[in-house]
Design a protein around this ligand. Structure first.
Ligand code: NAD
Ligand code: TYD
Length: 448
């Protein structure tokens, strides 16, 4: 018998090993997955019974045996406080596993951590580990057998097919993306490759996998695509907030690539019946955000006594949501959202960039006062505006509030306080992300 969460031997048309790709073993056998060099050891098995193999992987060409067998040391999952997903045995795909892509990035890693703390069922985490992916975000899961990290590209169809076939997830949650607008302006190519082509390849494999399911597994399968409010374009000061029916009008290469992926997801539902859901969320902030984005950049620069670069007049408006609230909303949509629907997620928290930066400065003044009563706000510098800079984003979150009862737990005041405290308390994490690639980006973009 195949215990929940284990790989099934059942082959489907969707998941036969591809030509040229290594074959995988059966239940309770080893699955071999190539992984590239990883900066820190990762737990190599998600199953709450398998003896984890610490995967201190050293060579791109080597393969790591991932044992899927039950074994000694089985750990009972803890009581599921805050659990949302209510499905017998995961409800689809033959098991309780979910496949998360981009789970080493900012929102993805917060989601994986929240998922394991609440839902508690196993996660296979597929991430390419671009500059934005950081396994330090997942360090607390190093010995957690419920988490399996696989380094790889969502556009690698052979790998995705093997993962789906081996782990039989009941859901795919797609966070993987290039996510920074300024980078997309300087070099859009990666955005097209991952956000458009990569999502297309992931959808193709999801479609084939779903087509090979039957019964409750087929009915329970979900593909949740995580997207952004930026696909709707820019609002004037008096315009109503974005609803799910606001026409798409993306303005940056980033938002255009996300819009393209949203359209593909929609088409795969409409044409092939893929049980897809899309979420369009406003700006997130919180722990583990790469310091190229506004809030962590301002915190780090302030602590280093460097200029706080505010684009244009600083009066562009964003709606801000604490990352944990976004993750909760995604779980709600996954558990209770209507298939084929899109859900806007927001915090009803519109602020100008200048207000955000000044709030960060005030919190730092409190926590790390400068000499002679000087404020960090004195470091604010208005710099050249971003090309094509969207003026205002605002989310009408009525649908998710009404249908799914979503309410953010954090106000901006409480969330930004937690965020600033987190960055102050995690100098080692900051150190881990502010070398190499980061230094190059700051020098190229801000001319530092
Ligand atoms: P991020 O840049 O911090 O993380 C992206 C992750 O995806 C990284 O770990 C990276 O290594 C991985 N990745 C990139 N290309 C990949 C590929 N080809 N295959 C596999 N993995 C790949 O981004 P984020 O801020 O965590 O955003 C996650 C998702 O949420 C994105 O789709 C983004 O569009 C969306 N989103 C972000 C925000 C926000 O404010 N950050 C708001 C709304 C929606
Ligand atoms: P960002 O965090 O890059 O998110 P997005 O562009 O996806 O909204 O930027 C948030 C806002 O802050 C945006 O209006 C641009 C502005 N901004 C600055 O003024 N200075 C900066 O150094 C950065 C990175 C952003």
């Amino acid at each position: 018998m195949t215990p929940p969460g284990f790989a099934s031997t059942r082959q489907t048309g969707a998941s036969k090993p591809r030509a040229g790709g290594p074959s995988h073993g059966a239940v309770c056998a080893a699955v071999r997955i190539e992984v590239a060099r990883l900066p820190v050891p990762v737990a190599a098995s998600y199953h709450a019974g398998a003896a984890p193999i610490a995967g201190a992987v050293t060579d791109v060409a080597r393969t790591v045996p991932l044992v899927l067998a039950a074994g000694r040391g089985a750990k009972r999952l803890e009581a599921m406080n805050g659990r949302i997903i209510n499905r017998t045995n995961g409800g689809g795909g033959g098991g309780s596993v979910i496949l998360v892509t981009g789970g080493a990035g900012f929102i993805g890693s917060n989601f994986v951590l929240q998922w394991l703390a609440t839902e508690g069922t196993p996660v296979v985490n597929l991430d390419k580990l671009t500059y934005a992916g950081n396994l330090h975000n997942l360090a607390s899961l190093e010995a957690d057998p419920r988490h399996l990290f696989v380094r790889g590209d969502i556009g690698d169809r052979t790998l995705v097919a093997r993962l789906l076939d081996a782990h039989r997830p009941w859901a795919i949650v797609n966070f993987a993306a290039e996510s920074h607008v300024d980078r997309s302006i300087r070099g859009p190519e990666d955005f097209i490759q991952t956000n458009v082509v990569g999502t297309f390849h992931l959808l193709e494999e999801a479609r084939l996998y779903h087509a090979g399911l039957s019964g409750p597994a087929r009915a329970g399968f979900r593909f949740l695509h995580v997207s952004t409010d930026e696909v709707y374009g820019s609002l004037g000061a008096q315009d109503p907030a974005f609803t799910e029916t606001t026409p798409y009008a993306p303005n940056s290469p980033y938002s255009a690539s996300k819009a393209a992926s949203d359209h593909l997801v929609r088409a795969y539902h409409h044409t092939y019946g893929l049980p897809a859901l899309t979420t369009n969320c406003s700006n997130n902030y919180g722990p583990f955000q790469f310091p190229e984005k506004l809030i962590p950049l301002m915190i780090l620069n302030a602590l280093r006594g460097q200029a706080l670069p505010v684009y244009g007049d600083g009066l562009n408006v964003r709606d801000w949501l604490y990352v944990d609230d976004h993750c909760t909303a995604i779980r709600q949509v996954l558990g209770q959202g209507r298939v084929g629907e899109t859900y806007n997620i927001g915090g009803r928290n519109e602020m100008t960039n200048l207000e955000v930066v000044k709030t960060v400065c005030a919190l730092l003044d409190e926590a790390r006062p400068l000499a002679a009563g000087r404020s960090y706000a004195s470091l604010i510098q208005f710099v050249e505006d971003r090309a094509g800079h969207d003026r205002r984003y605002a989310i009408d979150a009525d649908k998710i509030e009404r249908e799914l009862g979503f309410r953010p737990a954090e106000s901006f005041e409480s969330g930004i306080r937690r965020t600033v405290a987190w960055y102050l308390d995690h100098p080692a994490w900051i150190e881990s992300v502010t070398s190499g690639e980061y230094v190059k980006w700051v020098a190229a973009h801000y001319g530092a």
